[in-house]
Design a protein around this ligand. Structure first.
Ligand code: IVH
Length: 668
């Protein structure tokens, strides 16, 4: 392909991918399968890689992130990002509309929208291309977080349509939908990490992360609520929003936006959404009411802090008051202690609430909790509500302050709290019952060894009857032992033993995950299995080589080393191995798709490979070996005596030349 043709193809792919991106993320109307999308994306990535002169920061290939920002640059907003005046009362809302009516001489048309609960963002487009994403900051200046913004799929990188103003600014809200938030928190808990407090905090926290490929993994979304640029063809906010939609932005419409001609219609919109908001897949904290005509907005102007033409009506958070009865301390499988409050039952947002999460000792101290306190509970994005405050007026004079426990409620061992950790831990790993039980439950769970026939109660029975005390003991159980247990007959015993036997077929990555090593979740287990191939390989790995694996940081590496150097665990692993569990990845699994879609030329002689074995190695990782250099060649692996003709051809086609070491690094 000539350079012009390549450039045209790159542009075609970018347009096509961006179109599918919008269809999928913004319009919820995909036209192609995920797989087809991935193929197009992979083609683009290859072409861009081989033709770096066509780099474009707004290429859809950049959505995966990858750049690290040490700190974000501070930038001034073109116009200040003001806040909105707000009220909780319909009476005050009436005063606002009367004020506006009086100033303008008649009651204007208002647009009612939802007030999305996330983080405000200003997006700047130059010649239709995203050029800056800036946080609100102090209203005058904010952080330039463009690299992170590019990873959010429903923010267009290039605007759709023609005659787009050279410079265009929109503002909107970045938020985390509830489902994504829940899922992310579940994963964090599974990894022993502290869950995020609510969707709003996790959205604003995500935006400030320094590694944009981490931001790309966060389920962020964006609604646009204002166009800042004046257009000849639009006289109103409503038309502006329609134009934003046409440009490719996600703008809530339908029921979520209404034009109102009088106060009654505004109140209807508010009442509707005060009830209906609990059904939305994202958090909203009120309704924003805006004068629609731009000329009238100009006439009303601004105060120092907020526009005179708009107001936010905030919903009361659903909150209930009840009494704190006791605090229970739960011990997880990693030994982490989680305090949970038992409350006098109370109704909240349609459900009966009896328990509330307290997270950790700091939380209890911050609230200054005393026993029998009257406490306020609220529902955030979480399943179990939380205590947000204490009604001090109702505190009894002799109330005792809650003292965090110093010893494990189950085994009485003194708790520890490591530096930088919010959680207290019980260090009695091997003899504390809930930890043993928790590890067993984790080991047999569906995502790990998936042992059917055994449930938590059976495990408890086995443990109490001293038939097992760790995961390896499961593999020594026999029928006679099982039949001693209450409620276990021949059939159930058979099912249990079958389930255990079957589990020996589970892959190494599942065994690794099943061990329940702190911070080693499903994904990390997969990566480790791939990188080290076997349990022995992993045990032998030093911190340095652990850190080289994608996604493995200090915390995970330290935890792995601690676990894999403990004699108890090594013995456990030895036993599991002797019972026939999978302790290495199978040969085909040794393969990866690291070189998928790559066409590779091999030239010269090598130190670690024969010509045949290097070819096999390439194929094992999904690459294709090609005999001659062409514009399709992804790269050349050059041995000690690569011919000059090939070298020259590679140079003229801009094909990268790797040496043997580079290649080994690439596939390891
Ligand atoms: S209009 C001049 N519309 O609420 C201010 N803001 O205090 C124009 N917000 O942080 C803002 N949903 O990010 C507007 N539909 C909506 C909104 C909205 C959420 C946020 C905004 C800002 C705060 C205003």
């Amino acid at each position: 392909m000539t350079k012009e043709k390549i450039q045209l193809e790159i542009e075609r792919l970018r347009k096509e991918l961006e179109r599918h991106n919008i269809l999928y993320y913004t319009n919820d109307r995909p036209e192609i399968s995920d797989r087809e999308f991935d193929v197009l994306l992979e083609n683009l990535i290859q072409l861009e890689k081989n033709n770096p002169e066509f780099f474009d920061p707004n290429s859809p290939s950049q959505r995966v992130g990858g750049s690290i920002s040490k700190s974000f640059e501070t930038v001034f907003h073109q116009r200040p990002m003001l806040s909105l005046g707000n009220t909780y009362s319909l009476e005050e809302l009436g005063e606002f509309t009367s004020r506006v009516e009086k100033s303008l001489g008649s009651f204007p048309e208002f647009v009612c929208e939802l007030k999305y609960d996330g983080a405000a963002i200003s997006l700047l487009y130059e010649k239709g291309q995203l050029s800056k994403g800036i946080t609100r900051g102090d209203g005058m200046k904010g952080d330039d977080i463009t690299v992170n913004i590019r990873t959010i799929h429903n923010i267009p990188l290039k605007l759709k349509g023609e005659n787009i103003p050279d410079i265009l600014e929109v503002r909107g809200e970045i938020f985390m939908p509830l489902e994504g938030f829940q899922k992310m928190n579940e994963e964090r808990l599974e990894m022993g990490l502290e869950p995020f407090a609510n969707p709003r905090n996790s959205a604003s926290g995500s935006l400030k992360m320094q590694d944009s490929s981490e931001v790309a993994k966060r389920p962020l979304d964006c609604f646009i609520y204002a166009l800042q640029t004046n257009l000849d063809f639009s006289q109103s906010h409503w038309e502006n929003l329609q134009y934003c939609e046409a440009l490719g932005f996600k703008v809530p419409s339908g029921d979520m936006r209404r034009s109102c001609q009088n106060l009654k219609e505004i109140e209807e919109f508010i009442t509707l959404w005060d009830v209906q908001r609990s059904q939305l897949p994202f958090d909203v904290d009120g309704v924003v009411i805006k004068v629609n005509q731009l000329a009238l907005q100009d006439e009303l102007g601004f105060t120092a802090k907020s526009p005179r033409w708009a107001i936010a009506y905030k919903f009361e958070t659903e909150r209930a008051e009840t009494v704190l009865e006791t605090i229970e301390y739960q011990v997880g499988r990693t030994g982490a202690i989680t305090p949970v409050a038992n409350l006098l039952s109370v109704q909240l947002a349609g459900t009966t609430v009896k328990r509330a999460s307290l997270h950790n000792a700091d939380q209890i101290r911050k609230l200054g909790l005393h026993y029998s306190d009257s406490v306020f509970v609220e529902k955030g994005g979480e399943i179990i509500p939380k205590i947000v405050g204490v009604n001090l007026q109702k505190r009894q004079s002799d109330a005792k302050e809650v003292q965090y426990i110093s010893h494990c409620p189950e085994c009485a061992t003194e708790l520890i709290r490591e530096e930088g950790e919010a959680q207290h831990y019980c260090p009695n790993t091997f003899n504390c019952k809930p930890q043993i039980l928790g590890r067993l439950e984790h080991f047999i769970s569906r995502k790990a060894m998936d042992i059917e026939g055994i449930g938590p109660e059976t495990l408890d029975l086995l443990l109490s009857n001293q038939l097992i005390s760790n995961i390896a003991d499961l593999y020594t159980l026999n029928e006679a032992e099982l039949l001693q247990l209450d409620r276990v007959g021949q059939k159930l015993a058979g099912n249990i033993l079958d389930g255990i036997e079957q589990s020996k077929l589970q892959s190494f990555e599942k065994v690794l995950f099943g061990l329940g090593i702190r911070y080693v979740g499903e994904t990390v287990s997969k990566k480790l299995a791939r990188a080290f191939k076997s349990m022995d390989g992993l045990i032998a790995a030093d911190k340095e080589s652990l850190l080289q694996v994608d996604e493995i940081g200090e915390r995970i590496a330290d935890s792995l080393i601690r676990f894999l150097h403990a004699q108890y665990n090594l013995e456990l692993i030895e036993r599991l191995k002797s019972y026939g569990l999978q302790m290495r990845i199978e040969e085909q699994e040794g393969a990866s798709d690291l070189l998928k879609g790559k066409s590779i030329v091999v030239s010269g002689t090598f130190e670690h490979f024969s010509r045949d074995s290097i070819k096999l190695e390439i194929e094992k990782h999904g690459g294709k070996v090609s005999s001659s250099v062409s514009s399709k060649t992804s790269f050349i692996i050059a041995g000690s005596d690569m011919g000059p003709a090939k070298r020259q051809k590679a140079g003229s086609l801009n094909v990268e030349i790797l040496n043997e070491e580079d290649f080994i690094k690439m596939i390891s």
